[in-house]
Design a protein around this ligand. Structure first.
Ligand code: GLC
Length: 604
């Protein structure tokens, strides 16, 4: 008789219980283990019953590998896993946080801070749908997204991964979960994981909870606030994700009032699982257990004890899996971790795998390959870039708007470090973990887009680093200067001063002193902008980290589309004001959260 767990028409909970009842302790612990693809040999997958694989940022078949090679790589690993005694398929996860950003040629959407500027939940959902297709095309089933952090301080290196500073903005944008996983049908059991089909992916709401509220914005720091404020400000978006059937939640590296999230039974089990009714699985962050320190882990075995007991169900090891399995086996066999905790974790993992249809569709669907970087998705990304661009100034004299620019001007200067750099406009989590400059994938830089937009008789002069000498002898109708931040990720982005990188202020100064100038800031957050700089500019646009479709910026600066964006973060006057959120009495921003102009100079 065919096993119940192999029967796709059987109820998920029956399949879960049937399979669980057949599993040995080693197989159960294997399912709780997520390892990096580079250590996943066929033998390890077959004999250790590993539950999940992942790619750390940039880890794939080879540099600039096409999607088909990703699909082949994942399928080969999956086939090895299906050779295991019970044939439990692996769940392969990756950080597809703004498109399938590790994969060459994938559509790169604006990072979350830009999506927050759109305030457009329906757009976010459509981006989720497109991202899911491009992820499944690569054979991958699971994305560690969305980050639903509420970033209260732009000094945090992961500000750009947050939809914004206010809970309501983030709550609104969690609609991306329904895009990634598919729309949950009416009557779907609350809190239970949902994935519509093989064109959708398992999503991951992260990083639970309070990652964006740490003291001084320090990454992996300590959020010091009452439980009521933690729940009101940082936990609310998780309720929206759970109500959409989010399959997984990732624990945060950070702490709450000194308690590391990875060791917090109160928050991971009593609140998330019991109070909020979350029935998917909790995954640790990468080496999240290794980062526990005394008294939550004077050694790794202690850390395993704290984290699994707190409610972590799957551990993103991702390399030292034998040590993890040895320690966890000891802890269970010595009774320090009850088998009931293991069974709860494995039930949750299996529940997600059955909900995701993994047993029915373990391998990639080659018919999805043409969706990767397709015209439709690039148009969607371009729409998102348009809607995320925030017009902060338009005309030294508001009665004389500077934008839209004249596309038939005689001669224009296009200058700055970020005007022709695809890697800079994509930012971190693109091609590699913390991103890099240059033509890192297929896309359109701002300069490419300007050349596509302007009239045939307009001369465009490009100067990455303009000098007074080269400019003095020239007469330009106007100048467009794009500057901003170099790509970064996590700790690499923590900044107390929030400067414009590569002497961007000097570039703006030099050009704006000589010609009417529009400045475009390519950054993951508001940056330090002195009023004297602002006064010199005719116009200023915050374009965040727009991704591969730079044409969305020319769409609005040349007037083919109206500006739509509103600040998702407060734009401070000076870093000494931080943290500064609209609810404080001392709220004295350069531009308040929600600010944005139309090209006619009206406040949106
Ligand atoms: C990182 C990040 C997390 C990411 C994970 C896997 O350290 O904190 O957001 O999903 O590791 O790359």
């Amino acid at each position: 008789m065919n096993s119940i767990y192999k029967n796709p028409t059987a109820p998920i909970e029956a399949r879960v219980q049937d399979l669980l009842s057949r599993m040995t302790l080693q197989e159960k612990l294997g399912q709780m283990t997520q390892i990096e693809r580079s250590v996943a040999t066929p033998s390890v997958l077959k004999h250790l019953c590993i539950g999940s694989l992942m790619s750390v940022g940039g880890s794939g078949p080879r540099e600039m590998a096409p999607t088909s090679e990703w699909a082949e790589m994942v399928d080969n690993l999956q086939k090895a896993a299906l050779e295991s005694r019970l044939g439990i398929p692996i769940l392969y996860g990756i950080d597809a946080v703004h498109g399938n950003n590790n994969v060459y040629g994938a559509t790169i959407f604006p990072h979350n801070v830009g999506l927050g500027a759109t305030r457009d939940a329906e757009l976010a959902e459509r981006i989720g749908v497109a991202t899911a297709l491009e992820v499944r095309a690569s054979g991958i089933h699971y994305t560690f997204a969305p980050c639903v952090a509420v970033c209260r301080d732009p000094r945090w290196g992961r500000c750009y991964e947050s939809f914004g500073e206010e809970t309501e903005i983030v709550r609104n944008m969690t609609s991306i979960v329904s895009g990634l996983q598919g729309q949950q049908p009416e009557g779907h059991l609350k809190g239970y994981p949902f994935v519509a089909g093989r064109n959708n992916v398992v999503a991951c709401a992260k990083h639970f909870v309070g990652d964006g509220g740490t003291d001084k914005g320090l990454n992996e720091g300590n959020a010091i606030l009452s439980y009521d404020d933690l729940e009101r400000i940082h936990m609310a978006p998780y309720l929206d994700c759970i109500s959409q059937g989010v399959c997984t939640v990732m624990a945060s590296y950070s702490s709450w009032n000194g308690m590391p999230l990875h060791a917090s039974h109160f928050l991971l089990t009593q609140v998330l699982k019991e109070k909020l009714g979350f029935k998917g699985f909790v995954i640790s962050d990468s080496e999240g257990l290794d980062r526990l320190s005394h008294p939550y882990g004077s050694n790794y075995r202690q850390s395993v004890l704290f984290a699994i007991s707190a409610g972590v169900d799957m551990v993103m090891v991702p390399f030292r899996y034998q040590l993890f399995l040895d320690d966890l086996t000891y802890l269970v066999q010595s009774g320090k971790i009850p088998i009931a905790r293991i069974d709860d974790a494995v039930e949750r993992i299996l529940r997600v795998k059955f909900a995701a249809g993994l047993f029915e569709y373990p391998l990639s669907d080659k018919s999805l390959l043409p969706t990767v970087g397709c015209e439709l998705h690039r148009k969607l990304a371009r729409e998102a870039v348009r809607k995320s661009s925030v017009l902060l100034k338009n005309g030294k004299d508001p009665k004389k708007p500077f934008l839209p620019l004249n596309r038939n001007a005689k001669k224009i200067l296009v200058a700055g470090t970020h005007v022709d750099d695809l890697g800079y406009q994509c930012g971190g989590w693109t091609a590699t973990w913390d991103g890099k400059g240059g033509r890192i994938t297929i896309g359109t830089t701002i300069l490419d887009a300007i050349k596509e937009t302007i009239g045939g008789n307009t001369e465009v002069i490009y100067e990455q680093y303009p000098s007074a000498h080269t400019l003095a002898s020239q007469d330009f109708s106007f100048a467009i200067v794009a500057v901003g931040e170099a790509p970064y990720a996590e700790f690499g982005g923590d900044s107390q001063e929030l400067p414009i990188h590569f002497n961007g202020v000097e570039i703006i100064n030099l050009v704006a002193n000589m010609f009417p100038t529009l400045a475009i800031l390519i950054s993951g957050r508001p940056l330090a902008l002195e009023p004297r700089i602002l006064d010199k500019l005719e116009a200023l646009v915050a374009a965040w980290l727009p991704g591969s479709e730079g044409g969305g910026i020319t769409d609005v600066i040349f007037g083919d589309y109206e500006f739509h964006g509103k600040l998702p973060m407060t734009w401070f006057k000076g870093v000494d004001q931080l943290p500064m959120n609209a609810v404080e009495k001392s709220y004295d921003p350069l531009f308040p959260i929600g600010f944005g102009l139309s090209s006619k100079g009206e406040v949106l």
